[in-house]
Write a protein that binds this ligand. Sequence first.
Ligand code: ATP
Ligand code: MG
Length: 393
Amino acid sequence: MYQAFLLKYAEIGIKGKNRYKFENALCEQVRHRLGKIEGEFEVVREQGRIFVEARGDFDFDDAIDAMSRVFGVSSISPAEVIEEKDWDTLAEKVGDFVERQYPNPSFTFKVKSRRSDKSYPLTSPEICVEMGSYLLNRFENISVDVHEPQVYIWVEVREKAYVYSKVYAGACGMPLGTNGKAMLLLSGGIDSPVAGYMIAKRGVHIDAVYFHAPPYTSERAKQKVVDLAKLISRYTGPIRLHVVNFTDIQMYIYEQCPHEELTIIMRRYMMRIGETLAKENHCLGLITGESIGQVASQTMHSLAATNDVCELPVYRPLIGFDKQDIVDISEKINTYETSIQPYEDCCTIFVAKHPVTRPHVDVIRHSEKKLAEKIDQMVQEALDTVEVIQVDE
Ligand code: ATP
Ligand code: MG
């Protein structure tokens, strides 16, 4: 029934002279997503919106699903294409369309129109008026409400004519690739996949790093992180997942440092290694799933102690979120079920009974001096043996 889609976007409309870059990035993302489903599509940019026209058969649900995951798109309207646009045919076909969309139509409505074919004999306001009265004549139980209509009927006259009425929600945000790249510290939990999704939604490409501690953490725990990366890549695009073997570093910290400081010192080494990988991969920042007060390692004191080792900005999009808000997003982006699978995390294995909740940066720095003998070499070893997994939806 539908042969075309009209995509609208919100925020990129405000980007002034750079606007065309955003629009091109958006078209590219739409093409990329549609390229993954069956069918052939033409994507064209036009005055504040994007037209997608299908060439031949395609699956409607797949197409809506693909386009609803493109950041920057605010809404998607499936449209019928009307090839003969002389007025009588156009009016009749728009009427047929209304009948198919709303069997036994009964609503208040308003016709909206746009005309890019300026040679068309009717102007946009005339199309609205004439189409409105045609529809009123044809259907008994509809009436016009220009202020708060229940239904909008859009008629666009371009080279061909297009009619649409229903609107599907887009992902909103900014098109990927318009805001650089960042390195996500991705664990198997609920929070970090959501954090990655939120930053990607602002147009940022994502790379990821996972700290793995075999044999304390299993292959299955690692696979869970790969699965999560795959799930978020449905939104973020392809992700290069760096798997760091963290076992020796963790054991060494465990042997040398006070156990109640273990988690903080471990987190500092994660940040240091994450930052080195970020710089090597041209990332402009780090992303974590931290949220104030959620656990001992996320008190204000602990966050300050963790942040102390970072030069790059650390983006913590969940910082002020309650757990339930985070869970809601993870359900929406379909990572929740995977996140709650019970596989061990390297942080939980070595966790102390009574971790410090108010670590003092100077005390932590002092404790780390006990690692001086071997730690640099171990960090280098961990960096030299990184496994890179290319993840895509
Ligand atoms: P999450 O649900 O994201 O695992 P969490 O509530 O379990 O978070 P922590 O375990 O304290 O919190 O981790 C805080 C953040 O540190 C995580 O959100 C993630 O960004 C990063 N992180 C923790 N463990 C790892 C790991 N094994 N590999 C990579 N990043 C990690
Ligand atoms: Mg965790």
